[in-house]
Design a protein around this ligand. Sequence first.
Ligand SMILES: O=C(O)CCC(=O)C(=O)O
Ligand SMILES: [Fe+2]
Length: 217
Amino acid sequence: METAPEELYEQLEFRENPLYEKIISDLLENQYSVIDSFFDEDEVEALRNSLINKYTEDNFKKAAIGNRTNEVIAKSVRGDFILWINEAEAGAAEKLFFNKINVLVDYLNKTCFLGILTKEFHYALYPEGTFYKRHLDTFQNDGRRKLSMVCYLNQEDWKPENGGELVIYKDKNGLETSESIFPFPGRMVIFESQVLEHEVRPVKQERLSITGWLKTR
Ligand SMILES: O=C(O)CCC(=O)C(=O)O
Ligand SMILES: [Fe+2]
């Protein structure tokens, strides 16, 4: 039997993507998902070089706690330096980054009715000895944050001994469990911003990443 042209068009418009489906089922089951090689080696290198250039040009600033109405620089809580990335002014590496993120966001919106309308991303550099104490990403009175994303841009030879693991805390029937996720290059972690407390353990070697949030408006 022949398929009507409009039906064929609908089929073409939406193609199920196994990787994105895995992210969605992980999120539903565990409130987080870890995806290795979300960015390939060349992409990581391009983004890492862009980060390092901007850091060297002194564009990064000490990360603060809280939003603009509640801004306190607290070294005892977090020691990273950040630079917000403006999509409209993105260079080649960042364009590539946003293209990939946007495809995922479109997919999530089509399949999960998450209603993600805006996003914000920043580069982050944790100098040796720094950390980010346990927190919830919505503590910064920003209830619009739905999903947190972290993409690691470290060198290929990053070792677990370098520290800087992301520890995600979970409540399992009243018992607390935790999982440590090492910041291996190309790895992307996505988790529910309003649900999961997490921390960055002290780093023993400079640690590079992009962190961002998918928001409802
Ligand atoms: O870099 C990470 O692994 C997590 C960073 C983080 O929790 C944050 O910036 O809110
Ligand atoms: Fe966080």
